[in-house]
Design a protein around this ligand. Structure first.
Ligand SMILES: Nc1ncnc2c1ncn2[C@@H]1O[C@H](COP(=O)(O)OP(=O)(O)O)[C@@H](O)[C@H]1O
Ligand SMILES: [Mg+2]
Length: 138
């Protein structure tokens, strides 16, 4: 387990970029944290490690956004998922058991589904600018 303290969005992105460099194809990052904790900020930093000038936007409404072609990164926001069947419909399991890296916001919505190759990232809001980031690789 690794713990980091971040005092800005930029620092969180930098930490994510560092973690990205230790990840491999097929990894699934579970991004836990309340609304506004910094999950999307983390995802932006993570993706920037592989794709420099990529414009990363929150997948709140699209559920999943794809970045890159050869070694794709899939960025999910499962906030609006209410039922496992909805995950099936978007082909979620093909993504997570495939060769890409998946970044998953609101993994609580998986409702007990166990994924392989998971890395658990918890972002805790300490105050407006401070976050504790806990990373556990399985
Ligand atoms: N240390 C920090 N790390 C990440 N975000 C921070 C930090 N300090 C302030 N923020 C702000 O918190 C917000 C996090 O938003 P976002 O990443 O969209 O949250 P989430 O995806 O978890 O709902 C951003 O507005 C960001 O600028
Ligand atoms: Mg978000």
């Amino acid at each position: 387990m690794e713990k980091y303290i971040s005092n800005s969005a930029e620092k969180t992105a930098k930490i994510a970029k560092k973690i990205a460099k230790t990840c491999k194809k097929g990894d699934n990052l579970l991004l836990f944290g309340d609304l506004g904790a910094g999950k999307t900020v983390f995802a932006k930093g993570f993706i920037s490690a592989f794709l420099k000038k990529q414009n990363v936007v929150s997948p709140t409404f699209t559920i999943v956004n794809t970045y890159g072609e050869k070694n794709p990164i899939y960025h999910f926001d499962l906030y609006r998922i209410n039922d496992i069947r909805e995950l099936d419909e978007i082909g979620f399991f093909d993504y997570v058991y495939g060769n890409g890296i998946c970044l998953i916001e609101w993994p609580e919505r998986l409702m007990g589904v166990n994924l392989k190759n998971t890395i658990k990232v918890q972002i805790l809001k300490i105050d407006d600018e401070t976050r504790e980031i806990i990373v556990e690789k399985n």
